[in-house]
Write a protein that binds this ligand. Structure first.
Ligand code: HEM
Length: 136
């Protein structure tokens, strides 16, 4: 079980590296005007999204394996999983924003993306405290 949990944490950390960095690229993309830089940022976004999506999938699968494979229970797990569903929606929305940028359809400012970038930070804080402290 500890090996599965260690792998779970490793993939969670890697997933969050992408969830923190991708919106940061969006902040820069929303500020640049020249086509060459926009194309380079679009390529970075596509590669990062393609890399971090399977990692997120593995992180969640290992979490579900811990839950159902080792009989964990408690309100903390239900709240945690609800927040993770929100995190998956955030991830998929980043995919939509990435495609909007690639098609020249972005409508959000760099300020909007700076705020958007903080959402995974808040989720990480709550999920880690929930999982370690198991308050209910
Ligand atoms: C549906 C998705 C997920 C499920 C079902 C899940 C489930 C679990 C379970 C059952 C454990 C073992 C708890 C223990 O040993 O005390 C665990 C550990 C952990 N999970 Fe998840 N997890 C999921 C996603 C995540 C995400 C997205 C994060 C980070 C934001 C996360 C962070 C952690 C951490 C830090 C631990 C280690 C806690 C400890 O050792 O006390 N998990 N997870």
């Amino acid at each position: 079980m500890l090996t599965v949990k260690a792998l779970h944490i490793i993939f969670v950390v890697s997933w969050f590296a992408g969830l923190f960095y991708l919106p940061r690229i969006f902040v820069n993309h929303a500020m640049v005007k020249d086509k060459a830089t926009q194309d380079r940022l679009a390529l970075m976004e596509r590669k990062l999204y393609g890399f971090v999506t399977p990692i997120g999938l593995i992180a969640v699968s290992l979490g579900l394996y811990l839950w159902f494979g080792y009989g964990f229970a408690g309100g903390w797990l239900h709240v945690k999983t609800t927040l993770v569903v929100f995190l998956i929606a955030y991830h998929l929305y980043c995919g939509k924003l990435m495609r909007d940028f690639a098609a020249g359809r972005n409508t959000h400012s760099h300020v909007w993306y700076r705020v958007f970038n903080e959402v995974p930070v808040l989720i990480l804080l709550v999920v880690v405290f929930l999982t370690v402290l198991k308050p209910f």
